[in-house]
Design a protein. Structure first.
Length: 400
């Protein structure tokens, strides 16, 4: 056999043997892990052979995570080491380095995790449910700041996780059906988007700016072709401070929201409706007998533009009163009251909600059973100056 070919084959065998001897061991965390935070784990590189070998930190690493409800792939970065760094492992010895991975805030319970590129063992640990989904994990920011100091372009968050850090529910999301004046439905979806992460170095007011969007529809299910009777579209730009530092001692929490809102129904000709308003909503919360609490949130409204419905204040007024009483994770009763500026005008809406997970036969079901009652003028923007039949509806509420 050619001498050079023989030497090359021997070299390849030696390299293959060295890599075959390399063993990776992923060490589980010491206790329960909070969801939505960065988890740091140690990896041992064991070399049981008589030859040293070099381990290069991969440019990209992934972790396979599995729980009872989902399986997904997560990005992983090495802590304190740049991609391509070499770790020398002496013969009959071992070396250790650390990796960081963000545990999604949707995960809870017992999970398993392993690194796919390094073919590590799977580790199992318990994950505690996230308390505040929209908050930016401080550990993530610390890891990213350390990466910035090294000059690395590292992002521990996927696009989906980044979006989840900024998006949260706004007004209630629900679908309810009633049969007063014919079979009908009312549904609403609403969300808000935090423009700047809460743990940045920006001023407080800038970290409390949101874009909001709410859409409320009335659906006529008894008419031919089942048309949508009316829909209100409400984009909003607002400032929201959930809990102010200064509050009376007899309050559990005091917050404030203020902003600008456009509301229209997207129709033309005589059915066209639109409003531009500015508003301010102080929110006061009292703790009542342990887990029960009472919330009072009056909304003060000024109309900037109401050309298509110039007399709207006559029916809606300039103040809305929202009262909520119940448990944070239990039954709740909320009432939205409007007093029109004209005599005898106004409206009231009451919603009673009960968590479905408290039903013994449905312990893993999310959302709430909803009972809704509406009485008064202007359930929709199209009917702001009309009073129709009182409505009683039963529905499913996702968020309240």
């Amino acid at each position: 056999m050619n001498k050079f070919l023989l030497l090359a084959l021997l070299s390849l065998v030696k390299i293959a043997a060295a890599h075959a001897a390399a063993e990776t061991l992923l060490v589980p965390p010491g206790g329960e892990v909070p969801a939505g935070r960065t988890l740091t784990l140690g990896i041992y590189l064991n070399n049981p052979s008589s030859s040293a070998f070099e381990f290069k930190v991969p440019a990209e690493m992934k972790a396979a995570l599995a729980s009872a409800s989902e399986q997904r792939e997560l990005p992983v970065v090495a802590v304190g080491r740049a991609p391509g760094d070499t770790i020398l492992v002496a013969p009959m010895s071992f070396a250790k380095f650390e990796i960081a991975v963000v545990i999604p805030d949707t995960v809870e319970g017992t999970v398993s995790l392993r690194l796919t590129e390094l073919h590590t063992n799977a580790v199992m640990f318990a994950v505690r449910p996230a308390q505040i989904v929209q908050s930016t994990p401080r550990a993530v920011e610390a890891a990213e700041a350390a990466a910035d100091k090294r000059g690395d372009d590292v992002d521990l968050m996927t696009d989906w996780e980044t979006m989840r850090r900024h998006v949260s529910s706004y007004e209630p999301n629900y679908f309810a059906v009633g049969n007063r004046g014919g079979l009908n439905a009312r549904f609403q979806f609403s969300f808000k988007y935090l423009l700047v992460g809460p743990n940045t170095n920006e001023p407080q007011w800038w970290r409390s700016l949101y874009l909001g969007y709410t859409q409320t529809s009335l659906w006529d299910l008894s008419a031919p072709s089942k048309p949508f009777y009316d829909t209100s579209y409400k984009p909003t730009l607002f400032y929201y401070l959930e809990s102010a530092k200064f509050k009376p001692s007899w309050l559990s929490r005091f917050g404030v929201q203020m902003g600008m809102q456009h509301e229209s129904n997207g129709k033309g000709t005589t059915d066209s409706r639109s409003l531009n308003t500015v508003y301010a909503t102080p929110t006061a919360v009292w703790a009542v007998n342990g887990n029960w609490q009472l919330t009072f949130a009056p909304k003060f409204i000024a109309y900037l533009n109401k050309d298509e419905n110039g007399d709207v204040a006559r029916y809606r007024g300039n103040i809305e009163y929202l009262l909520t009483f119940g448990k944070d994770k239990g039954v709740q009763v909320s009432a939205l009251l409007r007093k029109g500026n004209g005599t005898g005008y106004g409206s009231g809406e009451v919603n009673v909600t009960w968590p479905l997970r408290q039903v013994p036969i449905m312990p893993n079901v999310g959302g709430y059973l909803q009972l809704q009652y509406f009485n008064g003028w202007g359930e929709s923007l199209l009917d702001y100056n009309r009073r129709r039949d009182d409505q009683v509806r039963v529905g499913y509420m996702l968020t309240r």
